[in-house]
Design a protein around this ligand. Structure first.
Ligand code: AQP
Length: 328
């Protein structure tokens, strides 16, 4: 079977982009029989400033949401990245093979670094740690958004450089691109930006845990344009098209179907349809998350058990790689 590896950062409350674009996608891969490793990327989250006193709670909250979405801890391996120190160890081996020039040229790095006076090295090394995350488990497939493709190429290049220098230790991972637009939900306040956990405007995103009235309010306030018809044209009408995308994800439909159904509605009327669809899709997940949140010990057990399984897999791959590099 394919081995799929993916991570989620505990950098804030999950939004519907994270849910449809990452979590639900993974649950569907699990259903289709893929061997899934899904980790809470606390090491990655430290590349931007985090409040230490919030981190543990965010890790548990993320675990609750992932399980609420249907991840089965008996089939998939769910764990916290820092509980498997091999991630950091392999990252070092790969860091010694990576070049500054390549990393400094990656658009995501350039974008983030441009806003900072002092750029932490962790930010530059972010894609190397990502490579370690995947290679450590012999990951063959990684679900990515289009904006992450270049990072995955770095992982492939590092696997090849490693093979060239020391011997073959890792398969080159392949991208699993979403074909349903789920990897690019836009901000509800500025559809030219992606929906993001760290956007300072809470109305820019819908949280997985938002109650029905808040969902309704945020959709009602979503920025569209001055054309009343509902059409799907992400280039020229990103705001309305984003609502169509959300609607499609909530009801597993195609943009054409949704647009046809919305014929004759104004965007204001259509917003009520979208809100209702989203409310129906999220209510059961929200209810299960609330139940799980009340069972922190169970969540910790799941993560502990997941980490134990992950460590066994990671040890085998790491020890082989370390031996090839002459460390054992
Ligand atoms: N807007 C989005 N639409 C669809 N998918 C999205 N993801 C993130 N934003 C969208 C996917 O969610 C997963 C979470 O990855 P992450 O925790 O590393 O966060 P991120 O990609 O950096 O994006 P966020 O959630 O907006 O967090 P911040 O604000 O902290 O950067 C990934 O699979 C991502 O593709």
């Amino acid at each position: 079977p394919r081995r799929v590896v993916t991570g989620l950062q505990p950098t804030g409350e999950l939004h519907i982009g994270n849910y449809f674009g990452a979590i639900r996608r993974c649950v569907r891969l699990q259903e289709q029989g893929d061997d899934l490793m899904i980790f809470i990327a606390d090491l990655h989250s430290l590349t931007t400033r985090q409040e230490p006193s919030l981190l543990q709670a965010r890790v548990l909250e993320l675990a609750a949401c992932v399980l609420a979405a249907g991840l089965d801890p008996a089939r998939a391996v769910l764990f916290v990245q820092s509980a498997v120190p091999r991630h950091a160890e392999l990252c070092w081996l790969l860091t010694c093979l990576a070049t500054h020039a390549r990393l400094a040229h990656l658009p995501q790095y350039k974008e983030k670094a441009a806003t900072m006076k002092e750029v932490p090295l962790g930010l530059l090394l972010y894609p190397v740690l990502q490579a370690a995350d995947v290679l450590l488990y012999g990951g063959t497939h990684v679900p990515v958004g289009a904006d992450q493709l270049q990072h995955l190429q770095v992982a492939g290049a590092l696997a090849r450089t490693f093979a060239h220098r020391y011997g073959r230790a890792f398969p080159a991972p392949r991208a699993l691109l979403a074909d349903d637009g789920s990897d690019r939900l836009r901000s509800l306040r500025d559809p030219n930006k992606k929906m993001s956990k760290s956007d300072t405007d809470p109305k820019s995103r819908i949280l997985l845990t938002d109650p029905d009235d808040i969902i309704e309010l945020k959709i009602r306030k979503a920025v569209t344009d001055f054309t009343p018809q509902v059409t799907f044209d992400p280039e020229t009408r990103p705001g309305v098209s984003n609502l169509v995308s959300i609607h499609c994800l909530a009801e597993d439909k195609l943009p054409e179907e949704v647009v046809q159904e919305a014929e004759g509605l104004t965007t204001a009327q259509y917003k009520r349809v979208v809100a209702a669809a989203l409310q129906r899709a999220l209510a059961p997940v929200r209810a299960r998350a609330a139940e799980l949140r009340a069972r922190p010990n169970y969540l910790r057990d799941v993560l502990r058990h997941g980490a134990a399984r992950a460590r066994v897999r990671a040890d085998a791959v790491y020890e082989r790689a370390a031996a090839l590099a002459g460390l054992r």
